[in-house]
Write a protein that binds this ligand. Structure first.
Ligand SMILES: Cc1cc2nc3c(=O)[nH]c(=O)nc-3n(C[C@H](O)[C@H](O)[C@H](O)COP(=O)(O)O)c2cc1C
Length: 134
């Protein structure tokens, strides 16, 4: 079933302007796509893996072609599992408040964790390529 993934990066569920905008969009989306599924990834309540230690070492081991240790492989599997929500979606909707002329730190954390070679993009002698469908 086609899926829209709504990625919420706002800290408050009530009195949230960005969530109001997203809800208006989702109402229109449901009318236009009654057969589509809506998944919600609430970054406020999601335990995001830290991107340090084994996860960081796994990234550089992959880049240098070094086999991953068991701990690095577990850290990488957690990241792959989180990114799976993006792969399962056909459409991504981000509700993002402006924080200090940028994005909330939870969203930056999520982007830094999942933006990995072999997970969201490929990188080889032919250059970069996106791995998400469409
Ligand atoms: C930590 C923080 C930083 C903010 N930084 C900015 C900013 O740089 N520029 C701005 O116009 N509004 C800023 N705001 C105001 C928010 O963008 C505004 O309150 C918005 O409605 C928040 O989204 P929400 O209602 O979905 O929570 C900031 C608010 C917070 C809590």
């Amino acid at each position: 079933m086609p899926t829209l993934l709504h990625i919420e990066s706002l800290p408050r569920k009530t009195r949230s302007a960005s969530l109001d905008v997203a809800r208006a969009y989702l109402d229109a989306w449901r009318d236009a796509h009654p057969d589509h599924r809506i998944d919600v990834l609430d970054l406020r309540s999601t335990a995001l893996p830290e991107f340090d230690g084994d996860a960081l070492d796994a990234k550089y081991a992959d880049l240098s072609g070094t086999p991953l240790s068991d701990a690095q492989a577990r850290a990488w599997a957690d990241i792959r599992q989180l990114a799976q929500r993006l792969h399962a979606a056909d459409t991504l909707l981000f509700s993002v408040p402006l924080w200090n002329f940028s994005i909330p730190y939870k969203l930056k954390h999520f982007i830094d964790v999942v933006s990995q070679r072999g997970i969201l993009f490929s990188f080889d002698e032919r250059g970069f390529g996106g791995l998400l469908k469409d």
